[in-house]
Write a protein that binds this ligand. Structure first.
Ligand code: ZN
Length: 217
């Protein structure tokens, strides 16, 4: 048993050395799970002004646009593009709200509809909306540190930060999947995640919009 452990340790050291000697390789990265940075890669930032139309409370959105907060950053690694290859990305979604609605991503469905995706939570407390394009069924599932979410094919997905610290996660998917933002932007998601008495609740968008109208009257 002891001999076996020793062998494993030696092997690990060898592998690490090999990677450190070849920093230009694009198949080995180091990343920071606290601020979601990947060494040698540049993130893409999304501010409120980039995705303002997705939020239900447009009055609150206009007020917050004066500050135009950073909502999220994504660093995509799309180095391998042959048949069977994978793309993956590290994202950080900031805590905060537009009115009562929590900060969230724009959301998308894969251009190649059957492509599934795995999300792996590293930090924070969030949720994902999963909406099946074929049936219209929409559900909310937790995505948090030390948890995973499987996004099946034909399913639009959006990430929401319902906690008070940044939500950090990986997404891993087929290199052939592609991103279709237009389909989601046109109809948005059927459900919203909003704060009620200090807690996140999932509501039908139409019901939440009705509440907003009522509150403004
Ligand atoms: Zn995706």
């Amino acid at each position: 048993m002891k001999t076996h452990q020793k062998k494993q340790q030696n092997y690990r050291i060898q592998v690490d050395m090999e990677q450190s000697l070849q920093p230009e390789r694009s198949d080995a990265f180091s990343f920071d799970a606290i601020n979601a940075s990947i060494t040698g890669r540049t993130p893409t930032a999304r501010y409120l002004s980039d995705i303002q139309t997705i939020f239900a409370d447009q009055m609150a959105c206009h007020t917050l646009l004066a500050q135009n907060p950073l909502l999220y950053c994504v660093t995509q690694i799309e180095d391998h593009n042959d048949e069977g290859d994978l793309h993956y990305g590290l994202a950080v979604l900031m805590p905060g709200k537009v009115g009562r609605e929590y900060f969230m991503t724009k959301g998308h469905i894969h251009a190649w509809r059957p492509a599934a995706e795995v999300y792996i939570g590293l930090r924070g407390r969030g949720m994902m909306l999963l909406e099946d394009e074929r049936t219209g069924e929409c559900r909310a599932v937790p995505l948090a540190a030390n948890s995973t979410v499987y996004v099946p094919g034909y399913t639009a997905h959006r990430t929401i930060n319902v906690g008070d610290e940044p939500l950090v996660y990986w997404g891993v998917l087929s290199s052939a999947a592609g991103h279709d933002y237009g389909a989601v932007a046109e109809r948005n998601f059927r459900l919203v995640v909003v704060e009620q008495d200090g807690q996140p609740v999932v509501m039908e968008r139409t019901d939440f919009l009705a509440e907003l109208v009522e509150a403004a009257a």
